[in-house]
Design a protein around this ligand. Structure first.
Ligand SMILES: Cc1cc2nc3c(=O)[nH]c(=O)nc-3n(C[C@H](O)[C@H](O)[C@H](O)COP(=O)(O)OP(=O)(O)OC[C@H]3O[C@@H](n4cnc5c(N)ncnc54)[C@H](O)[C@@H]3O)c2cc1C
Length: 287
């Protein structure tokens, strides 16, 4: 549990970051809040010869509304800042809620949205929200910028589309134009533990009919998933008990969660069905 030695850099700007990246070779990691990286280093799960700490870079720390269309969040913004932001409470209440539910206060005070997304755990709260809300990742390298939708960003467990020399600069969320009801449920072994399963749902309704629906699931596959088949099944249907039950069974036929030390795959599937029904009902009733 003792950290190996490494060279430590704390640049003040992105330009300085890329100078350092070009000088240290491949064997480095960026550091944000350290809530995943430091435990991994302490447990010897990864080794690096250099750490490039991003925390002095003010360009990565902001929450902005743009043209009334977008909310842009800098990668270094902490969970606690997201959950307390009035702008996010107003326009993206499910993101505010989910940030408040991550781990416990100590992790929320240091962990960042960018670090969580780049870490790319298949059941991480904000990875689920970014997929649910079709967030766009703004990715920068020396002299270049590119944007990747969250639905194409996560490639496998702890594997993303980001290249070694790239920095996640910000995450852009579209402000929903219409009223959506939402629901966010997660199962953890005990309070503050990493989630085993997450269901997140957005619903727009027209009378008794589900007009539009988005569902993202965490912990049921190698990456966070958008449950497109379930969305298609429910779109345009009445939110009857029978339809919602069929939707949850459809999810069970598609996803095969990996077993954990405590639970079998079948048990997690059963819980997924229950959580999905709850999530759809809650979002529908709020819409
Ligand atoms: C006790 C405990 C409980 C936890 N519970 C939960 C939970 O309930 N839900 C949950 O979702 N997570 C949970 N986590 C995980 C944690 O929330 C996130 O994984 C963590 O906050 C990542 O953000 P960070 O800023 O700490 O990133 P770091 O740990 O500093 O970095 C994580 C990775 O991202 C890279 N990185 C960071 N920022 C950038 C960037 N801008 N550009 C490029 N690369 C970057 C780093 O190189 C590293 O590989 C828990 C962690 C702990 C220690």
């Amino acid at each position: 549990m003792i950290l190996e030695t490494f060279d430590y850099y704390a640049p003040n700007s992105l330009a300085e970051v890329f100078d350092i990246v070009e000088s240290v070779g491949e064997d480095f990691k960026f550091l944000a809040g350290g809530q995943s990286l430091i435990p991994m280093l302490k447990m010897n799960l990864i080794k690096v010869s250099s750490i490039i700490d991003l925390k002095k870079i003010s360009d990565l720390s902001f929450i902005k509304e743009e043209d009334g269309q977008l909310i842009r969040i800098g990668a270094l913004v902490k969970y606690v800042e997201i959950s307390e932001s009035d702008l996010i409470k107003k326009h993206l209440p499910i993101l505010s809620y989910a940030s408040r539910k991550v781990a416990h206060q100590l992790v929320r005070n240091r962990g960042t949205i960018g670090g969580s997304i780049v870490f790319g755990h298949p059941a991480a709260d904000l990875c689920v929200i970014s997929v649910l809300l079709d967030a766009e990742m703004e990715i920068v390298s020396r002299g270049a910028v590119r944007y990747v939708n969250a639905n194409r960003f996560f490639l496998g467990s702890l594997t993303t589309n980001l290249k070694q020399n790239e920095v996640l600069k910000s995450i852009r969320f579209k402000i929903p134009k219409e009223n959506y009801g939402w629901s966010f449920n997660k199962l953890s072994l005990s309070h503050g533990d990493f989630p085993l399963l997450i269901t997140a749902t957005l619903i727009r309704r027209s009378g008794n009919t589900i007009d539009d629906i988005k569902i993202a699931l965490g912990g049921v596959a190698d990456t966070v998933v958008r449950a497109k088949e379930i969305e298609e099944f429910l779109k345009g249907k009445e939110a009857t008990e029978e339809n919602i039950y069929k939707a949850s069974k459809l999810a069970s036929s598609i996803y095969n969660p990996s077993p954990t030390l405590e639970f079998s795959s079948n048990y997690i599937k059963k819980v997924m069905e229950v959580y999905l029904r709850r999530s759809i009902n809650e979002a529908y009733n709020m819409a």
